[in-house]
Design a protein. Structure first.
Length: 357
């Protein structure tokens, strides 16, 4: 996912409202949402668990070295892992889940008070990555917020209902940033960086955005996609399942889709495109998508951790030197994001492949 100001999206019908009326009818799925070939053409593998990384073991000097190797293996081979013992208080996670769920229960007109504006890009309530009137649409709505640095926040888009939403998200933002700061420190160790500051400097200020996505049920779920196949353009993503309905799938090396089954209380963490480049290709930014449930809603909150906007995106010199040279070209962050949006509809990795040497 990208910086909120970069990707302006065309307005489309609200999917939650559409689903509430359509699901009770006998009509076919509206044509712009039909994705039958994409949903059914490729094999889905169930029951194969993601690697599990324990932040408590990373922080414990007695087990840190072993767990760093586990973290590195997950980042290199999968690009996804489940993070346990992350230290975010259970009561805060309960508050986040409650307030997000309550927001999507509001009447449509109340949610529209926080709608995206022409000058706001992605930020606000609406949809993302809709660039043409003929484009196939995802079966979902979302609200996208700038969180860090705090001065980047535009409170016009921050829901005032439920009343605790803003303070809850503010506290959660700080906790997520703490977790990511820890992970980056141990990733620097796994990469063999003698000066971890070279990685931290890229993420200075810890820019952070949040995308909360609501996936309504669809009685013809096999014909729609909740979220099109993509990789994340950021550095690192922390995903929280707001309710217990699954739907996230990641693509394996052999082209199959792996149905992700989140552990209770864990975060799903995935490597973004920029971290793959920074690591000179050691870490993997894996393609993923979301399918919907026939009769249950799904809600998920993704925290995207970005690099500093004035960063030059390219392999870290120390890593590239150890690999006998860079495997990616370097580019300004702004140009990287422009290309990300121009290739977004491909649903693959063409924006990353463009920079490979």
């Amino acid at each position: 996912m990208a910086h909120a100001k970069t990707g302006r999206s065309l307005p489309v019908p609200n999917v939650q409202a559409l689903a509430q009326t359509w699901n009770g009818s006998t009509e076919e799925v509206p044509e712009r949402f039909v994705r039958t070939e994409e949903v059914c053409a490729e094999e889905v593998v169930a029951g194969c668990a993601l690697p599990v990384v324990d932040l408590g073991r990373l922080l414990d000097p007695r087990t840190s070295e072993e767990e760093i190797a586990n973290l590195g293996s997950a980042c290199q081979q999968w690009g996804f892992f489940q993070l346990i013992n992350h230290g975010v208080p259970d009561e805060l996670i309960l508050d986040v889940r409650r307030d997000i769920a309550e927001f999507f229960k509001l009447p449509l007109e109340a949610k529209k008070a926080y709608a995206q504006l022409p000058e706001s890009g992605l930020e606000g309530y609406g949809q993302a990555f809709v660039f043409s009137e003929t484009q196939k649409l995802d079966w979902s709505d979302m609200i996208y917020l700038m969180l860090r640095p705090k001065e980047s926040r535009d409170m016009r888009f921050w829901p005032a209902q439920p009343p605790s939403f803003r303070s809850t998200v503010d506290r959660y933002s700080a906790e997520a940033a703490r977790v990511v700061s820890c992970l980056l420190r141990f990733m620097a160790a796994d990469m063999g960086l003698e000066q971890p500051e070279s990685l931290f400097q890229v993420f200075r200020g810890q820019p952070q955005t949040m995308k909360v996505t609501y996936y309504p049920p669809c009685t013809q779920a096999g014909k729609v996609l909740g979220l099109s196949p993509h990789t994340d353009a950021c550095g690192l993503t922390l995903l929280l399942h707001v309710n217990d309905v699954h739907g996230l799938q990641m693509r394996t090396d052999d082209g199959k889709w792996l149905a992700v089954e989140p552990l209770d209380g864990a975060f799903i963490v995935n490597i973004g495109d920029i971290l793959e480049i920074l690591s000179n290709g050691r870490y993997r930014s894996a393609e993923h998508r979301v399918v919907v449930h026939p009769n249950k809603e799904r809600i998920a909150a993704a925290m995207f951790h970005q690099v500093c906007p004035d960063t030059t995106v390219g392999p870290l010199p120390e890593v590239a030197k150890g690999d006998a040279g860079p495997r990616f070209k370097s580019v300004s962050h702004s140009d990287f994001m422009k290309r990300f949006f121009s290739t977004k509809l491909d649903g693959r990795r063409s924006h990353l492949d463009h920079y490979r040497i």
